[in-house]
Design a protein around this ligand. Structure first.
Ligand SMILES: [Zn+2]
Length: 188
């Protein structure tokens, strides 16, 4: 699946919303990617996972890590295509951690998979859990990269879609008094 094919399919499935949105990063935007429209249809999700797996395979991942809840399905579809384990990080008392019996081996090569990469904040929480367990982080994979965060690892994205995101105090949509919608799935 090429970037153009992914974008066309997101638009066809009405996964690209226009309005005034609160992103999980805390930024405001006039665009929102309703990413679960990808995962609701396995016939679409599977080739997306396979395409992202193709980008990550050269980094020889042994395990996929992602952030609950939004990252669980993207992590799984990529791990299945790579044929490796799939773990997710979730908050316990506010601290990102591995639960449910998940463990990483020292030196194990992990890739962190995101659905939509914006600020990289949740990505770095997952990275910190991996490094804290003694694993290596080989690369970051995202279905859509809408921001341009500086991350100390190779970042591979199926679709690079720079969008205008604003801090709330500098948001032109707030200034116009347009009601803010909160469609996100993650609130730390
Ligand atoms: Zn705003």
């Amino acid at each position: 699946m090429t970037s153009a094919e992914l974008l066309a399919e997101l638009e066809r499935r009405q996964a690209m919303l226009t309005g005034h949105f609160l992103l999980s990063s805390g930024l405001h935007s006039d665009r929102f990617i309703q990413k679960f429209r990808i995962f609701e249809d396995p016939k679409f999700a599977d080739p997306v996972g396979a395409a992202l797996a193709d980008l990550l395979r050269p980094y020889k991942p042994e395990v996929v890590l992602s952030a609950a809840v939004g990252g669980i399905l993207p992590g799984y579809i990529v791990a299945r295509a790579l044929g490796v384990r799939d773990l997710f990080v979730e908050k316990q008392g506010g601290a990102p951690t591995l639960r449910r019996g998940f463990t990483l081996k020292p030196g194990e090569r992990a890739v962190v998979v995101e659905d939509v990469l914006t600020t990289g904040r949740s990505t770095m929480e997952v990275v910190d859990v991996a490094l804290g367990a003694g694993a290596q982080v080989a690369a970051i994979g995202a279905i859509v990269k809408r921001g341009n965060p500086t991350l100390p690892f190779p970042v591979l994205a199926l679709l690079d879609l720079p969008l205008a995101d604003y801090p709330p105090e500098a948001c032109p949509l707030c200034k116009e008094g347009i009601p803010l919608q909160d469609p996100g799935s993650r609130r730390a």
